[in-house]
Structure formats: structure tokens, C-alpha cells
Ligand binder design. Structure first.
Ligand code: ADP
Length: 210
């Protein structure tokens, strides 16, 4: 459907037909996003656990998003503790979580009219590494905050959000025996916290699939 609608969009057709084809194309793209999200929830991932430096993984995720943040005029500040201990994690899954949280913050900021600011912080205690992603706009309503991790919960326009992002992120972090939660002062901004246990290279077997 995507391919053929794209071919038709390149044809010289009357505007009302073009508009219909555009609708079919956007509908098919939305369906793609939902199916990808569902597959990612339902599929048993092979978690590839490595003993890694969380700061380096965060820097990779930030690099992926840096162009989008720059073009949307969002100022990014990082406070990454240089001596974070290593821990066992799946690099691609953690990058997916961080990119998803940054994308949500970017979309939230873009929907408001204030200058965007994002702060990414990472620090550790004796047993845990905590990563926090904090934006300055517009925050999450108290009646929504308990529901945002539910599959299909979205406050975005039809076509913009599928409501699957945070539930996938939550699943990934729980698989690392970690935790993911949000705090928000409505109107001021939202902060998402990821907490990962510090596991030694020998510690623990492979993570069980969900
Ligand atoms: P989607 O982005 O497709 O809506 P998510 O599961 O990623 O799905 O997010 C669910 C909802 O959580 C969003 O629709 C939005 O209401 C809220 N949300 C997530 N991140 C933020 C944020 N940084 N600021 C405000 N609201 C947020």
C-alpha cells in the first residue's frame, strides 16, 4: 500500500485525488508504526548483554538525536558523571529507550511555544546508575501521569503518536532489572528517570526474555 500510494502521488492527478492518496499513504504509515510497536512488544528479543560504559551509550543516543534537537532550537545540556561504573546492558535497547524519551521531550517542547531546554544527567550510587531526562515544557497532567506507560495511551493527534513508545521503554528497562518512572510539574516540564542496577561482569546469568 505504501509503495503503490507513493507511485500514485508522483502522477499528475487532480488535486482531490492527490489528497485522497495522501490520506491512504498517511494511514498506511500509521499502521506501519503500530505494527512495528506491537511486534516490538510481542517479540522475544535476543538480549545481547555486554559489560558497557553507560556514558558512552548515552553519548551515542545523544548523537542520534542531536540534529533534530538543533534544528528544532532545543538547547541540550548534559551532566554525565565521568566515573560512572560499567554495567551489563543491551546497548541497542538502551539507545532505543533514550532516543524515545528524547523524542517525546522534543515533541512536547515543539508543541509549546517556549524555548526548548533539555537536560540529560547521569550519576551513580553504590548499587545503581540513574539517568534523568528533563525537559522544560509543558509537563504531564496529574490525571495522565499514571497512565502514560500503558500501551496505546497517547495525548497526541491521530497520526502523531501510537502510545506504544513508553510501554516498550518500560519493558526494556524492567528486563534489565531496572526501573523507569516520570515526574512532572504541569506547565513546567517533565523528568523521566531510568535506574539501572550495577552488575559486575560475572554477576547474574543472561536476562530472561519477558
Ligand atoms: P506517544 O509518544 O506515541 O504518544 P508514548 O508511550 O511515548 O506514546 O507516550 C505516551 C504519552 O506520554 C504521550 O502521548 C504524552 O502525553 C506523554 N508524554 C511522554 N513524554 C512526555 C514529555 N516529555 N512531556 C509531556 N508529556 C509526555
Amino acid at each position: 500500500v505504501l509503495g503503490f500510494s507513493q507511485l500514485l502521488m508522483a502522477e499528475d492527478l487532480p488535486p482531490e485525488i492527490q489528497a485522497d492518496i495522501q490520506r491512504i499513504h498517511s494511514g498506511a504509515r500509521r499502521a506501519t508504526k503500530i505494527v512495528q510497536g506491537l511486534l516490538s512488544l510481542a517479540t522475544k528479543h535476543e538480549y545481547r548483554l555486554q559489560y558497557l560504559d553507560v556514558t558512552q551509550v548515552l553519548e551515542r543516543a545523544l548523537e542520534i538525536k542531536s540534529y533534530d534537537l538543533n534544528t528544532n532550537n532545543i538547547r541540550l545540556t548534559t551532566e554525565l558523571s565521568p566515573d560512572l561504573p560499567r554495567t551489563r546492558l543491551d546497548e541497542h535497547q538502551l539507545i532505543q529507550v533514550v532516543v524515545n524519551l528524547l523524542t517525546n521531550a522534543e515533541q512536547a517542547i515543539r508543541a509549546s511555544d517556549r524555548e526548548g531546554q533539555l537536560l540529560v544527567r547521569a550519576a551513580s550510587s553504590e548499587t545503581k546508575i540513574k539517568i534523568s531526562i528533563c525537559d522544560n515544557r509543558p509537563g504531564i497532567l496529574p490525571e495522565h501521569i499514571d497512565r502514560i506507560f500503558e500501551p496505546f495511551f497517547t495525548t497526541k493527534e491521530v497520526g502523531e503518536g501510537t502510545g506504544l513508545g513508553l510501554s516498550i521503554c518500560y519493558g526494556i528497562i524492567r528486563q534489565h532489572d531496572g526501573d523507569l518512572w516520570a515526574e512532572s510539574v504541569p506547565g513546567e516540564g517533565a523528568t523521566f528517570h531510568i535506574e539501572l542496577p550495577i552488575v559486575s561482569p560475572e554477576g547474574g546469568g543472561d536476562l530472561e526474555p519477558p
